[in-house]
Design a protein around this ligand. Structure first.
Ligand code: PAF
Length: 278
């Protein structure tokens, strides 16, 4: 059965009448296997599964791909139907930003929003947190499910619900990968044949680092750099090792290896969890 499509706050109110508890998967559409996993996971967590599809203008920094971001509505709706989504919330920009997208009330991500991705995309996380806080306010979901591929986003969303005393639980799901290891992403469709082959170097670098986890931080970073520094077609932005909360890594504890690189004009990110040796 096709999901109910809610475009306005009034639509949403009537679509959710008697819905019980809600699990929400916020998306910008262009759904892929990673989103399907999020939907599958979320469907078991509450009475009613809702997906939002909204290409959020405020999280794109000037010069980024807001106008060309893939919009695949019919296919998205089909995938939502197959994944058991009851309601798709697909608002207009005016519904989400009644006072416009410039200025107005926003959510400040704090210091964690200024590092890694936040360094090259200074207003990105403010846009993400602002739109997700609006979605949580409108839908009041029990849980909201996000992918670990956007690890910094996930960490900031967890900080937001904690710091702003929101009632929604933020749940993370493991990254879904193509057969050769490339993390699934809506932006992978920008890659041409050659770039698609080159892009796999990101996950290869992470795996090389992961394989040296028991030897400690220097070994992890050294092995990952060996792969990525010699990889053709990759313009590396960062390769860093942190603890699970994106702070300093600690020997003997859970850590995260994160990478961002540009392939052509396409910015790709990936990360992996690992346990560091002492
Ligand atoms: O991860 C995304 O697709 C977006 O950043 C999100 C969480 C839907 C907010 O627009």
């Amino acid at each position: 059965m096709l999901p109910v499509v809610a475009r306005t706050r009034a639509d949403l109110k009537s679509a959710l009448d008697g819905a019980g508890t809600i699990s929400l998967v916020p998306t910008m559409g262009a759904l892929h296997g990673g989103h399907i996993q999020l939907l599958k996971h979320a469907s078991a967590l509450a009475d009613t599964l809702v997906a939002s599809i909204f290409v959020n203008p405020t999280q794109f920094v000037p010069g980024e791909d807001f106008s060309t971001y893939p919009r695949t509505w019919d296919e998205d709706l089909r995938l939502c139907a197959e994944s058991g989504v009851s309601v798709v919330f697909a608002p207009a920009v005016e519904t989400m930003y009644p006072d416009g997208t410039e200025g107005g009330v926003t959510v400040d991500p704090g210091p964690l929003g200024t590092v890694l991705e936040g360094k090259t995309r200074p207003t990105h996380f403010r846009g993400v947190l602002t739109v997700v806080s609006k979605l949580l306010g409108l839908l009041e979901p029990e849980v909201a499910v996000f992918g670990e591929k956007d690890y910094q986003q996930l960490a900031l969303l967890r900080l937001m619900v904690r710091g702003l005393c929101m009632n929604t639980e933020v749940v993370g799901c493991p990254t879904v990968r193509e057969a050769d290891g490339l993390a699934m992403s809506s932006r992978n469709r920008y890659l041409d044949h050659e770039q698609r082959k080159q892009a796999v170097a990101l996950s290869r670098a992470l795996n090389a680092g992961l394989a040296r986890a028991s030897d400690g931080a220097d070994a992890v970073l050294g092995a990952a750099h060996m792969v990525i520094d010699g990889a053709p077609g990759i313009d590396l932005d960062y390769l860093v090792l942190t603890n699970a909360d994106l702070g300093e890594p600690v020997p003997g504890h859970e850590a995260r290896l994160l990478i961002e690189g540009r392939v052509g004009t396409t910015r790709l990110i990936d990360n992996t969890g690992l346990t560091l040796g002492r």
